[in-house]
Design a protein around this ligand. Sequence first.
Ligand SMILES: C[S@@+](CC[C@H](N)C(=O)[O-])C[C@H]1O[C@@H](n2cnc3c(N)ncnc32)[C@H](O)[C@@H]1O
Length: 246
Amino acid sequence: MTTSGAQYDQIGVKYDEYARTATLKRAECYSILKLVGMLDGKRVMDLACGFGFYSRVLKQQGAAQVVGVDISPEMIRLACQQEQAQPLDIDYQIWDAADLPYLDTFDLITAIYLFNYAASKAEMLAMFQNIYNNLARNGRFVAYLPNPAFTLSKPNCTPYGVTVLSEHPETDRYACEAEFLTDPPTAFNYYRWNQSTYEWAIRESGFRDFAWYPTEVSPDDLRRYGQAYWRDFYDNCLIIGLVCQK
Ligand SMILES: C[S@@+](CC[C@H](N)C(=O)[O-])C[C@H]1O[C@@H](n2cnc3c(N)ncnc32)[C@H](O)[C@@H]1O
């Protein structure tokens, strides 16, 4: 099983289809925008930017500068294609977050589904350290990741656009197989790391504070889909937010 970011060279545009159709993505997007807060004038790095979904949203919400970084040349090609079609002055670069050098000083760094591709604890720590080194003093880091508390013994995430197929326990994490519910479904793999491993890496890299934030559904989507639709979502949420303060 390949549990690496390189799989996104194959997933390519299917991730775009997933992002446009899954209600999970709507709740995620609502929650992330709450966590990033006011963006006016901010210098932002969007790490693991994929095809630039959040890079564009962050720029449109008022960020002064956005640099999108991803390990996948195919994802960056798709991001640049969108930038050409609808220029927002976003700079896209290919880097592995575990080997990321100092690029600039950023007020905010986002990493939406990066750590689930850390191959080892050492790689996760390197990612946190590189993020820390690119942040301004008092800078904020916002991550989204597989919820350490998710369990296959409770309802799956299928109604919301992702089905988790299996979870194999390993030291400090589960190796997971899942599908984006595109047409046809798109298989992908990821690691669901333990909460204690994240908190170890956060402290080791020097962040002074951090907090976990459960995913929320917007009032609009609660009305649109109804409370009953979201019950399983809240009962066993697949994803969670993490905010670290330098
Ligand atoms: C699920 S996609 C998320 C894309 C985007 N953040 C979003 O939410 O729309 C995960 C992305 O992480 C990237 N990735 C995985 N490992 C990486 C690494 N070590 N460094 C940088 N990017 C990585 C993949 O190439 C992929 O584009």
